[in-house]
Write a protein that binds this ligand. Structure first.
Ligand SMILES: [Cu+2]
Length: 259
């Protein structure tokens, strides 16, 4: 190898080391460190705290349409636990028309009482091959515990859009499983792949102003900071109604809505 070739190779090596001829900027010891955040900025979300002079939203949700059912489903497996028939009542109301198991919730509130007022444990039980409760409200950040009180195989299957799905066999020997924590507010259907009639809904909510109507269709949301809000009324079979409600400090706003 002659001298000329060696020189050429040295120039090529230098060019490669310098990234094609660009000279890297020198790093000075006195240079201040770059102010780069190592964690993503805090997400904008609901702020829970003390509510002073809050108001109340209360009322009754009713249903005036036709009642379908109860629907009798013939049980074709696990009869010793599930029975021979299951009665499904998708819409339940009392004699005055009060609609049970509707969810009344504020959808656009950014601060108020803490999320923890919804509870600390959110449990869906499987008992005699029926989910209990049929509607479960869970705050985002919390998980759902699914119990198997039956001691037979169930397969818990959720079908969310935005949250992590759950699709897991729960044999009789496994009395309890836990979902991932919910991260987005949405309605999440739950079903069992073993027993086709088993259905429930989880309502993941991002604020604590969400409540199920009682057997007479009544509900109450307390400690609502004064303001104007969008209230959504959801029922698994009847859909959604929304309305605007203004709550005065210390006052009561009434919602009497009908499906
Ligand atoms: Cu099942």
């Amino acid at each position: 190898m002659n001298r000329r070739v060696l020189l050429g190779a040295a120039i090529l090596l230098m060019a490669a080391a310098c990234g094609g001829g660009e000279t890297p900027a020198p790093t000075l010891a006195t240079e201040p460190p770059l102010d780069q955040p190592t964690e993503p900025p805090a997400q904008e979300g609901y702020q829970g705290g003390t509510v002073s002079d809050g108001g109340t939203i209360s009322g009754t949700i009713s249903y005036s349409g036709e009642i379908v059912g109860p629907i009798e489903v013939e049980v074709d497996k696990d009869n010793e636990i599930c029975g021979d028939t299951i009665e499904l009542s998708p819409i339940v109301r009392d004699g005055a028309g009060g609609l049970r198991d509707a969810v009344v919730r504020i959808t656009d509130i950014s601060s108020g009482k803490p999320l923890s007022v919804l509870g600390t444990e959110f449990v869906l039980d499987q008992k005699n091959c029926v989910y209990s409760p049929s509607v479960l409200i869970v705050p985002v950040g919390s998980a759902m515990t699914v119990l198997n009180s039956d001691g037979i195989l169930h397969n818990v299957h959720t079908t969310p859009f935005d949250n992590a799905p759950l699709n897991v066999a729960q044999p009789g020997t496994q009395p309890e499983i836990t979902s991932d924590p919910f991260t987005f507010p949405e309605v999440i259907p739950v079903s069992c792949d073993v027993h086709s009639w088993m259905n429930a809904n989880v309502l993941a909510v991002d604020n604590p102003y969400a409540v199920l109507t009682g057997s007479d269709g009544s509900f109450i949301l307390t400690e609502v900071p004064a303001g104007t809000y969008t209230v959504e009324i959801w029922h698994s079979e009847l859909g959604i109604q929304t309305m605007e409600v203004t709550v005065e400090a210390g006052g009561t706003a009434t919602i009497n809505a009908e499906f």
